[in-house]
Each structure stands twice: as structure tokens, then as C-alpha cells.
Write a protein that binds this ligand. Sequence first.
Ligand code: HXC
Length: 518
Amino acid sequence: MSIQSENVQKLVKRRSEARLGGGQKRIEAQHAKGKKTARERLELLLDPGSFEEYDMFVQHRCTNFGMEKSHPDGDGVVTGCGTIDGRLVYVFAQDFTVSGGSLSKTMSEKICKVQEMALRNGAPCIGLNDSGGARIQEGIDALAGYGEIFERNILSSGVVPQISCIMGPCAGGAVYSPALTDFTLMVKNTSYMFLTGPAVVKSVTGEEVSQEDLGGASVHASKSGVAHFAAASEEEAIATIKELLSYLPQNNRECAPFRETADPVGRVEDSLNSIIPDNPNKAYDMYAVIGAIVDDGKFFEVHKDFAKNIIVGFARMGGQSVGVVANQPSVLAGVLDIGASRKAARFVRFCDAFNIPLVTLVDVPGFLPGTQQEYGAIITNGAKLLYAYGEATVPKVTVTLRKGYGGAHIVMSCKQLRGDINYAWPSAQIAVMGADGAVNVLHAKEMKEDPEHAQAIFEEKKKEYEELFSNPYQAAQKGYIDDIIEPRNTRFRVIRALAQLERKHQEIPAKKHDNLPL
Ligand code: HXC
């Protein structure tokens, strides 16, 4: 055999050994837990044959605790680039079969390399995480590695989309990089996120808790809001990443891809003319409104199980990707609380960073009152949403369907926060508060002094207030909304507004960066 053939054979052998990561036994253990390997996951994620791998032969440099005896090629993470639906993405997939996917300094160098390439070449960066955190044997070197990754997460934020998928137990440093990215997905029953696992929790606080209850997908998707999506399987998680990407641009200099639709722009939806109940305290389902106005009724929801009193997600209108934010009257009457404010603020800021126009559907009775909310800083958290809308320079089209009361009306993309086009349905009530509350404040003394006629006074004053304020005409007379539209024409009117705003250009004053209320 010639030297050249031998060289080629050696390469082929090294490659096939590297592809085994921590070895066949550990691959089988991974499968036995219902988990795929890093390479199997990348195969599902990327277009067939598109994966270009980097740093396959990188090895760790640790000599502590017997680590010098084993040097698996690739060292615990598979990195590179490929395409999804023909569009370039950079990827890293942690390999749990090598030291539990724990982060060594060389692993961090591999991850940083693809993060930098994603930033330089203007493409999304996707991390498939399955890691026990900092590699204990490497000490401070591993911690430094995390610092390097975090810094690149921060520099990439708002420049290229960053997506994290949690596909195993992720502890310590392994959860902070996902927290810095734009979207976090988790897989139910096989993935966990926590700073410290149940054993440490027990030793420090005495609390006994399972991995699932401490940091399972359902906990983070519904209680903490750390995860935006909880998928039933790894396949579903990967399909969700692909769908999410279809609504996003490659970077902050581009627009999201246009997708042709057979759904007519001028489609009139008669059902919307009767969707608002006569009783203002009765709920209806905002999903029905969203489904009726977007292309093909297709809505890709983000944060579905968290703070359900507000709905956020992506859709297309006339083929163009839009971010939809909508109060949900059927959950807590659509009130804004801490969770809803945080959820919507983050979504609005993402859309603004990536040139995705905002369509806001308003039916909000106000902010949730009470000590729980005040102690949890509803003032600061509500201000996040206010700030997010006020700073956003993407096209902002708003429709007030019913209630738009008080501060919540202002927060939800009103005209004064540089809302571009603000419509109202004839059922809109844009006022400081609802009629009952207003009468109780304004006429309390009168009713107290005449208890016999208190009810009659209440009814009379309520009628007066309703005639004056429980409609959209006061706001329309003053130009605070641009038009009162027939509900059934909403799709057409919003799409026409978006077309008008296609080349919108708006500046914010020069600054180093803002100081939004965190
Ligand atoms: C080195 C590790 C490791 C780690 C796991 N392994 N975590 N090696 N450093 N951090 C190794 C195990 O020794 C084992 O090796 C293999 O990976 C698989 O781990 P198992 O424990 O057998 O798997 P499992 O039972 O599924 O449990 C997974 C786990 C657990 C929940 C992740 O391993 C665990 O609790 N690890 C420690 C997590 C942790 O406390 N990390 C925090 C690090 S501090 P063998 O050879 O036996 O197969 C940190 C701070 C950074 O990250 C801060 C930045 C801000």
C-alpha cells in the first residue's frame, strides 16, 4: 500500500473512532435512557449531507485525576455548520457519552469557534445541550471556558438568532448559556435544568425534591418561564427548532423569509363581527381571533404554557412573518401581571431586534392588583413591557378589540409609544378604568350619604360613564386611534397597514446602550 493510501486509511479510521465519542457502551447507555447521541441529533436537525464538522480531532489537555489516560477525539462536543431548509446554521451538540458532556477548556474553544463563525457570517447558532456542567477535573479552566461562551452569547445577542435545546440533565454552567440565548426548548422526561441538582439542594436547604420537580421541562415551561417550549420527544423538539427558524431572519440585517400563501389578503371573516360577547365581563377565546386573521390560520406559539393571560408567537400575514402579542380574556380576564409582562417584553424585544413587525391585539382590563404582585415588583416588570414597546422601531400595528383600560392600554402598544397604526373595533372601551370601578370612585360619597338610593345613583352614573367612555369614539375623536374598523375586515386592514410600513425607518437617540428596567 502506498504511503498516501495508508494516510487516507488512517484518517478514515480516526474519523470512525471519533464518531463513537465515549464508546459503544456509553452510546447504548444513552439510548437506554431514551436519548439520542449528539451525532444522531445533528442528523435529524440538518439537511441530509449538509453537515460540515470542525475540530473533530480536538482533545482535552487535562492531566488531573487520571484524565491524561484517555483522550477521546472531539472531546465531548460535536461542532460545525450545515443547512436547515437550505439556510446556513452553526451548531454544537454536547456528547454525554464523553465525561457526561461536561465542559472542558478545549470543548469551550470548539463552541466559541462556531459562535464566532455564526456571528461573522450572519447565521443562527443552535446548541443541543446535554451536559453535567463544568468538568470538575479541570477546575478553573472549565469555569473560564464557560465565561468565554457566555461572552460570545452576549455579543451575539440581537445580531444572530441563538437557540438552545436542552436534551439531557444540564447543571451548573450548562444552564446559563441557554439562559442568555433567545429561545430555550426542553424535552419532557429526559431533560432537566438546574443550578445544583437534588443532592446539593438537600444538603444546603434540607429540601427533598426530584430532578423533574426541580427542573423538568414542565416546571420550566409553565412555572419559571425559563423554557419557551416543552417537547414530547427529541424528534418533536428538533421539528420545533426548524419551524421556529422558518419565521426568523438569518441575522439582524435581514428580514424574515417571505412565504407565498394561497390565503387571500382580502379574506373577510364574518365570525369576528359577533365574537365579542354582549356582557363585558364574559370571556372569549383570543386564539379564535388570531386564527381568523393570520395566513391559513397558522399560529406558532411561543411560551404556550407560561403566563397564559397573554399570548405571544409568530404567524404570517400576507406571506410576511409577524410577531403576534395578544391579551387572552379567557385567562384571568387577560390582566397583565408579572409573568405576562416579562413574557411579552422579551418577545417584543426579540422581534424588534430581528426586524419582525409586531401585531398587537388588545383586550386588557388593567394590571393585576395586590400584595403578591407589588412585592414581586409588578412596577418594574410592567415597565419592562412598556419599555419594550416604546423602544421598538419595527412596524407596530395594534387593534383594540374590547377593553383598553388605564396603564395597561398605554403599555399595549398605544399611539404615544410610537404605535404606527392603531385600530379599534366598535366594541372597544378605551378609558382610565371600567364603568363599575369609575362610578365607585367618583360617586362613593353621594351613595354613602343616600343609602336608600345608592343603587339607583350607581346605575344612573354608570350609564352616563358608559355612554361617554365605554366606546372607541372618544379615542378616535382625539386621534389616539387611527380608525374604527369592522372586525370582519381585520385581516385585510392589518396586512394593508403592514404593507404601508414596509420601509418604515425610525431612530432612537444615540446611546451606548439602554438601561431597561431589569
Ligand atoms: C466531570 C462529569 C460531570 C462533571 C458528570 N460527569 N458530570 N465528569 N465533570 N461536571 C461524568 C460522570 O462522572 C460519569 O462518568 C458520566 O459523566 C455520566 O454521569 P452520571 O452521573 O453517571 O450520569 P447521570 O446519572 O445521568 O447524572 C447526570 C448528572 C450528574 C445529573 C449531570 O452526573 C451530576 O449531577 N453531575 C454533576 C453536576 C454538577 O454539579 N455540575 C456543576 C459543575 S459546577 P463515568 O466515567 O462514570 O461514565 C459548574 C459551575 C459553572 O458548572 C458556573 C458558571 C457560571
